[in-house]
Design a protein around this ligand. Structure first.
Ligand SMILES: [Zn+2]
Length: 253
């Protein structure tokens, strides 16, 4: 079924600190809800760098659960075996663009959650193009969705993403807190997801306890009758709600 999009007016949290030049934006994305259909969520996983969490990947494959995986060029280079597995299950996995070097897609100099941002419009474009090139080389497909490192953007970088014809992949649930949550907290966060949520978690941290919670949480959603959709099947032209990020004020330097 083709859906239309949850469109919501932007709500602005005015508690944002003035310590950085421009506010950073955190797009929120939700699926449309069809009351007579089974509840549905979109599982989205970031493969930022590092390795592959086979606990999560094998759970998805074994249970035939669809997901959208955002990969960087850096991760692609280091995980040839996982790429074979993803390609062997192409019906389950949508592969999308998480950038080249995993730098926040913000076009002025700033540090966010410990990561130096791209820092200029040219570097923003290079981050997006570099991710796409690596995906085309490894998977033979052209990504349509983009999510930058940290999920935070400057307003002008968001414009660039749209100009480059990408849909911006927000989310509505921080499933694993950047892989920092405990197993229990991750499982309960997944388990508390509501109809229409877009959950973000990480598939590149096999040594963290959060991954076990992701597995538990996915299986709980499945047992509760949730349907799992890929972003490509849920949206034609999403209009994410854009929230100003309050958390980033703490990390901005
Ligand atoms: Zn990432």
């Amino acid at each position: 079924m083709r859906s239309i999009f949850a469109i919501a007016a932007a709500t602005i949290a005015m508690t944002f600190s003035t310590c950085i030049a421009q506010p950073l934006l955190e797009p929120e994305l939700r699926l449309n809800i069809f009351p007579n259909n089974p509840p549905r969520v979109a599982l989205t996983f970031d493969a930022c760098s590092g390795k592959t969490d086979e606990r999560i990947l094998q759970t998805l494959i074994d249970n035939k659960i669809s997901a959208t995986i955002f990969v960087t060029a850096r991760w692609i280079k280091r995980n040839p075996q996982a790429i074979v597995e993803l390609k062997a299950n192409a019906d389950l996995f949508e592969i999308e663009n998480h950038g080249a070097k995993h730098v926040p897609v913000i076009d002025f100099p700033i540090k966010v959650f410990g990561l130096e941002a791209a820092g200029s419009p040219e570097a923003v474009r290079a981050e997006i193009e570099g991710g796409a090139k690596a995906i085309e080389a490894a998977f033979g497909i052209k990504p349509k969705w983009f999510r930058g490192a940290t999920g935070l953007y400057s307003a002008s970088a968001e414009k660039t993403i749209a100009e480059m014809d990408y849909k911006l992949a927000g989310y509505s649930v921080h499933g694993d807190g950047g892989a920092s949550f405990s197993t229990r907290r991750t499982a309960s966060t997944f388990g508390a997801a509501k109809n229409g949520d877009v959950i973000i978690a990480h598939i590149n941290q096999p040594s963290k306890p959060a991954g076990a919670g992701v597995v538990e949480g996915i299986l709980k959603l499945k047992a509760n009758g949730f349907v799992f959709v890929k972003l490509q099947d849920a949206f034609e032209r999403p209009t994410p709600q854009i929230n100003i990020c309050n958390r980033c004020a703490d990390s901005a330097h």
